[in-house]
Design a protein around this ligand. Structure first.
Ligand code: ZN
Length: 268
């Protein structure tokens, strides 16, 4: 999971937000209840913009999605939220349903069903936002926000000693890494197969090139092989960049001495 960059807010979202929020506020005032999921609509107009901005990848699992989905992921769930064992409040964040900074593009396996759905875990002691409140540090979300944080710093891929498949773990015990893996099911079976296939088919050939250059102690060839691996595996548009980074570190003997591109840290 690497950092994503949305770019500027599309003008059409501003228009939708004005009309839709007015309708939702009318419901709250008139019926003294929060809006229901199917009453919160209109945000899907930015699905394609987000898909392109995120370089056609799911913001959580980094799988390439070849066709735009007509759906949008709400980082803070729109109608109802399960904040974990320390929090009873289950209201959603309807007033942020049209807020650009709350919208992401994700695959359906990460954001629906048993995966993220309405889950939005908070730290013990975090204070859930109340209606109309803007995000604040006091809420203390445990789910990594891909537009703000770099998942590579919190999630580490390693070979599971039992299954021999590549699998994500919390890096250095990161609570956010652990919660994000659990929330989006980043260790689900279908992904473990894809991770392992990616390492064997895409990463290993690059590792072989780098290792061959290292064995020859040829500085020019080493530089060229590392450049090639960075281009092929670690550009933000490539699938599973976080996984590739850890696999390169794992396989290449002198990894500490080499530069593995950190393009996902860019703030551009
Ligand atoms: Zn996904």
């Amino acid at each position: 999971m690497i950092r994503v960059h949305r770019g500027p807010e599309p003008a059409e979202l501003v228009k939708v937000r004005i009309t839709q929020l007015k309708a939702l506020r009318d419901i709250v005032r008139r019926e003294k209840r929060d809006p229901l999921s199917d009453e919160i609509d209109g945000y899907r107009i930015v699905a394609k913009t987000l898909w392109k901005a995120q370089l056609h990848k799911c913001c959580y699992c980094e799988k390439l999605i070849e066709h735009v989905r007509n759906d949008v992921e709400h980082y803070r769930p729109k109608a109802q939220a399960n904040r974990g064992e320390h929090h009873l409040a289950d209201h959603g964040y309807w007033w942020l349903a049209f807020t650009w900074e709350n919208l992401l593009f994700s695959c359906e396996n990460c954001n629906q069903g048993k995966a993220k759905g309405i889950k939005f875990p908070l730290s013990e002691g975090g204070a859930p936002l109340v209606a109309e409140q803007q995000p604040s540090r006091g809420e203390r979300p445990l789910l990594l926000d891909p537009a703000v944080e770099c998942g590579v710093e919190h999630i580490q891929f390693q070979i599971d000693p039992l299954t021999k498949k590549w699998k994500p773990f919390a890096r250095k015990g990161s609570a956010k890494g652990y919660a994000t893996i659990r929330t989006c099911l980043l260790d689900r079976d279908d992904l473990l197969d894809l991770y392992t296939k990616h390492v064997n088919g895409e990463v290993r050939p690059e590792v072989d090139q780098v290792e061959a250059a290292l064995a020859q102690k040829d500085v020019v060839k080493i530089d060229s092989a590392v450049r090639r691996a960075n281009q092929k595996l670690l550009r933000p548009s490539k699938p599973f960049v976080g996984l590739s980074y850890d696999a390169l570190q794992h396989f290449v003997q002198s990894s500490d001495m080499l530069f593995w591109g950190c393009a996902w840290h860019s703030t551009a």
